[in-house]
Structures are given as C-alpha cells and as structure tokens.
Design a protein around this ligand. Structure first.
Ligand code: NIG
Ligand code: FE
Length: 421
C-alpha cells in the first residue's frame, strides 16, 4: 500500500533531472510537464510519476490520497540564500531608505546588520529558536521545502555557534530542511572596528575551526563588498575555510563591483550570490568554472536597486539559482513565489527558467540535487501543490499566495485551510 497518492493534477511540473545536474541556457526551458498527472509516494520518496488514469489503475490502495484537480504540482522550492536565524525587525531603517538614505550609509553609521547583531547577541538561545522557527514557517508556507540559512548576526564564537545550533535543532523538527552556512565574515563587529586584522585572525584561527569541529555548517560565505570585507580579506578567509573542508559561497558584486564573482572562480567557490554589478569577465569565468549564480531579485526590489543581469548570465551558460535573501534588513521577504514573479517580471527571466532556478538548480547549488529539486522516481517527496490550473498562472496572477499544500518527505507540513481548487 502506498503512503500517498496525489492524483488528477491539471499539471505536474516535474523539472525532470535527466542529466543529473543543473540545467543551463536553453535546457532551463525544459520543465517535463505531465498534463493530468499523478505522483505515488512511499517511505518519504517518489516511487512513480505519470498520467493520473494510469497511476489510479496501478495503485488502488493508498493510505492517503490528495485530489489535485485544478491544481499544479511542482517540486518544493529550494531557497538558495537566506539569513534565517534572526530576531527583531528594522522597519525604521526601511522608512529611512524610502526617504533616500542608502543601505550602506545606515551600515556605516553602525546600524543595518549591526542592529540585528545586537539583538541576536542579547537574545537567549530559546528566544532565537522561537523567532527562527517563525521565519522558517513563513518560508514553508510559500512552498519552500529546503532553505540554505546563513549565520552572521553573532560575529563572535558564542553567538555564531548559537545561531548555527538553533538551525541544527530546527532542522531536526523535520518540516523545513536547512543547509547551514557560516557567515561570520558578514561585517566587522563593533568591538573590532579599529582592529579588523584581529577579527579576521579570530575567524581563521578560532571560530572557523570550532564550527568545522562541530560540523555546524556545510558552507562558508563572506560578504565581499564596500563596508564589509575587501577582495583580499575575503580571499584569505575563504581559502582558510576551504582548508577546513567547507564549501564556499560569496556575497559578490552587490553594492560595489569589487570583483567577487572572479574571486569565487579563483577560490573554487560553489556560488557567487547577488551579482547586481557583476562584470562581463566575472560572468565568463563563472560559466567556464561552472560556479552557480544565486540571484536575489527580492533584494533589488526592496532596496530599489537594479536587477542582476540575468539574461546575460543565462546566455553565457552560467548555472542560475534563486533565493529570497530573507533577512530583516535588505529584503524582509519570505515569499519564494514573489521572488519567482520578480525574477520574471523584474529581472527578465522566463517562467520556465525561474522554476528550474528555484528547484533543481538551487538544489544543485547546495550539493543536494541528487536528492531534491525535481519530481523524479527515487527523489525525496518534497512537493508543493498550487491552486492554479497551469504553471504560467504563478506569474500571470500576482499578488496572492497560490500555495495549497506543502509536502516534505511525503508528509503534509502546511495546508491552506480554504483551498480554491
Ligand atoms: O544579503 N548583503 C549582506 N547581507 C544581507 C543583508 C543582511 C541585513 O541587512 O541584515 C544581504 O542582503
Ligand atoms: Fe544575503
């Protein structure tokens, strides 16, 4: 007997992972749509995918059945970039930005990221856990079944570890899968403002080794930008992280074009993220070295900045992934659906490209594409059911959530209580 049969879906968008790897360029247009589709699930995994009438015939018994008539079924979204473990909000800064004060000016004046650092340091682990859990539920309710999550609001040994332990404990609850990233090199903490060298040494010699010892993070990220870490400082920290066994990610070329994308290629990073001001050479090298571009259109929208040159990046053959960048400062947006819409309507991606980038490609950018990111037999049953008749409606009908049900490892973890289809 099956655990779960989802049937009668007007579309199942499988994103089929035929090549067992990320899709690039025109491959991103291939969604592997099954009209009138069904999915059979057992032991938390997908065991069959096909036409609804065939699966209904093949599986007469299922412990649970979901009639997805009028709905579109997709792989759960994989959010490739979040700053999930935080407490508090920064709406006052948001209002200042609306009046023309720049994000970077607020940071340089000791606010911005440092504002959240203060709150995270003051919070008990329990308080941070509760707040992070709410953040995770917000992502989940927008169809995200796996999220990368960065630390970076502790900026000392104790509070960075507090953030990463919260992520580990939250992941154990099983609803949202979390891929943890250490971002101790987010900015220089206030107590090291006049001695940045000492903080970089602390990161390299104390905090990074301790995080590695506790296996608390899979990746190490650096905010390589004006007001944060220079190109050479970033290189030094990333190379040390590599030595300790971390995969590498970089906040690159977001505010100032420092050359972070090129650095990502030189140090063997998995991804360069943001890329609003990436150079042509950076794009060329990323395509050559197969470094993922993690694009974050929610941040451009929220900061009222230009979008990353998505069309150029896709045409060059760079594997592209999407993320919310959910954080209390530059992008207080937990809606992956909205991010997909901005990717298309603001950044110029096609709907098919946005879906591939936020599922299969995001999963491969986190090194978990063999397990999640598409609706293929053998993969984890991470699925989102949308109350739209075709995937095009996810972009056409904007401004309301379409999420009807979110399924993680075959278990319904979120349900909208009054589904429209
Ligand atoms: O990706 N750019 C650096 N870090 C975050 C912002 C974090 C914050 O403002 O709290 C980002 O946009
Ligand atoms: Fe970020």
């Amino acid at each position: 007997m099956l655990d779960l049969l989802i049937y009668n879906a007007s579309q199942v968008v499988t994103v089929r992972d035929d090549a067992k790897g990320p899709k690039v360029a025109s491959e991103m247009l291939d969604l592997g749509v099954i009209e009138g589709g069904a999915i059979a699930i057992e032991g938390g995994k997908i065991v069959d995918v096909g036409k609804s009438d065939e699966l209904l015939e093949r599986y007469k018994d299922a412990y649970k059945r979901i009639d997805a008539s009028g709905c579109t079924v997709l792989p759960g979204f994989v959010d490739a970039h979040t700053h999930l473990p935080f407490v508090g909000t920064r709406e006052d800064e948001f209002l200042l930005r609306l009046k023309g004060v720049e994000y970077i000016e607020i940071l340089k004046a000791g606010g911005g990221i440092l504002n959240t650092v203060k709150k995270v340091r003051e919070a008990t682990k329990d308080e941070l856990f509760k707040s992070t859990k709410i953040n995770a539920l917000k992502l989940l309710s927008s169809g995200v079944t796996t999220a990368e999550a960065k630390s970076g609001y502790g900026l000392n040994l104790e509070d960075e570890i507090k953030q990463l332990e919260v992520l580990r404990e939250l992941a154990l609850e099983g609803s949202l899968e979390i891929v943890p990233t250490f971002l101790g090199a987010h900015v220089i903490p206030p107590e090291y403002r006049s001695n940045r060298r000492a903080y970089i040494d602390l990161l390299k010699e104390v905090i990074l080794p301790e995080v590695a010892k506790g296996k608390l993070a899979k990746f190490c990220d650096v905010f390589c930008d004006e007001g944060a870490f220079s190109l050479e400082e970033s290189r030094e920290i990333l190379l040390r992280a590599k030595e300790l066994g971390f995969g590498l990610r970089i906040h690159a070329d977001e505010i100032a074009p420092l050359g972070g994308a090129i650095l990502a290629c030189q140090v063997g990073a998995k991804s360069a993220e943001h890329l609003i001001r990436v150079s042509d050479e950076g794009i060329r090298m990323m395509a050559e070295k197969k470094v993922f571009a993690v694009l974050l259109p929610g941040t451009s929208f929220s900061l009222r900045k230009p979008y990353a040159p998505a069309r150029k990046i896709i045409s060059a053959g760079v594997p592209v992934a999407l993320g919310t960048d959910f954080n209390p400062g530059s992008c207080y947006c937990s809606s992956m659906e909205m991010v997909l819409q901005l990717a298309v309507l603001g950044m110029g991606m096609l709907p098919e490209e946005a879906i591939v980038a936020s599922t299969l490609n995001s999963a491969y950018s986190l090194d978990i594409g063999d397990r999640v990111g598409s609706i293929d037999v053998g993969k984890q049953a991470d699925i989102v059911i949308m109350s739209v008749p075709k995937y095009s409606f996810l972009f056409y009908e904007i401004g309301r959530s379409h999420v009807r049900s979110v399924i993680k490892r075959g278990r319904v973890v979120y349900e909208f209580d009054k589904p429209i289809c």
